[in-house]
Design a protein around this ligand. Sequence first.
Ligand SMILES: C[S@@+](CC[C@H](N)C(=O)[O-])C[C@H]1O[C@@H](n2cnc3c(N)ncnc32)[C@H](O)[C@@H]1O
Length: 470
Amino acid sequence: MAEKNKLYYGDNLGVLGNYIASDSVDLIYLDPPFNSRQNYNVLFAEKDGTRSASQITAFKDTWEWNEEAARSYEKVVENGGRVADAMCAFRTLLGGSDMLAYLAMMAPRLVELRRVLKETGSIYLHCDPTASHYLKLLMDGVFGAQMFHSEIIWKRNSAHSDAKRFGSVHDTLLFYSKGLEPFWCTQYQAYEPEYVEQYYRYKDDDGRRFMSGDLGAAGLQGGGYEYEWKGITRLWRVPISTMERLDRGKRVFYTRNGIPRVKRYLDESRGMPAQDVWTDIEALKSWMKERLGYPTQKPEALLERIVRASSNEGDVVLDPFCGCGTTVQVAQKLHRRWVGIDITHLAIGLIKNRLVTTFGEDIKKTYDVVGEPTDLEGARQLAEENKFQFQAWALGLVEARVADSDRRGADRGIEEKSSSTITPDKLNKLCFPSKEVRVSRIQSFISLAYFPLSAPRSAPSSRLLIPPGP
Ligand SMILES: C[S@@+](CC[C@H](N)C(=O)[O-])C[C@H]1O[C@@H](n2cnc3c(N)ncnc32)[C@H](O)[C@@H]1O
């Protein structure tokens, strides 16, 4: 039986080191926090529709140069090699700064990611202009400059007003490979309207657009076929039988001088091989169905292009900063195997929910979740460590999630699919199916959360919701 897909809760550095074998992954997409100095919060909605002050910090995008960062820096430098050289150069340039702290966080992770990639594997690092220039140098250090393939500019928005500078509307994806011959499958994108106007300028009577292609073979290597066609004798690039077939099928177009040319229809074209500037994939907007309300969620179309270009069916796709699981979702849809890692229970809960919503209940049998509490003690520990993480985890158990306040409006409580409140009994069944575990223990388990699920204390009117049931 094929190995199950894996969803890991935890810090990706530890998860990679402890669980992911060397040379085992075909494609990595990573979308780490960019050091944009923001905390990405998922807000609770108030009853009146306003945004509540209470929120879960989904993840932090702020790094500080502190002892921990310095330790991480020293460790990378001690290991020597090109990565250490790059980090030392950054230290000279940036001093003990927040940017250096960010790069010191990224460096060991990129080294681990290179280790787990197969020789034919590829990696796409998604970043933005805040750090893309440093990250490219770091990637050169880790993978080697000769393993660089593309710097993809993804135009997210059509316009952005930024005071006193050009509007910032793009992200950057750095595409590298581990070996010199990574797997590749050319992807196509629709032609730009100007290109269509210029080259597909002919139309059939029914409006079908086409461009005309040469049928002459003059100058072609390998010669051609010499015969007379409609009064013109020359070297043609197709034999006469093909010319007759094309003509019968009304696929030959005659110029004003009577020269035959072949019609190439726009609707039969695969489009243009995808270039490194992507303007045809829209960022998610609040009204889009795909949107889950997770900050920084990426569109599936973006991942589809990457997954199709750099992996085959059955290959393993890894996302070590998987957020609400766009990569996981796309890998599943395109019949790849997958590994997702995230450090928040909110993200893990959302992914589980997203997978069931799209692929049905049976999907649960095809993957394992690693790193979540599996017993009361683990749950207690999580609640003590972090009430928000605990809450996100507990909600995930009942396929509930934090409200996307932009889209859903306010007045939804923590509800189960049946619309009833989560009771200790239900949590008991969901968390600890064994009969010996008593309901009273579950009551104490729930009271561990500083935010009791049925009546949030510190944010009385805050709301959480689950997606509509099937
Ligand atoms: C920019 S978001 C990724 C969004 C994702 N591409 C999507 O479409 O939903 C970055 C994610 O990295 C996670 N993260 C940050 N540091 C991490 C770490 N050390 N290990 C694992 N995940 C981490 C955050 O929790 C967050 O979900």
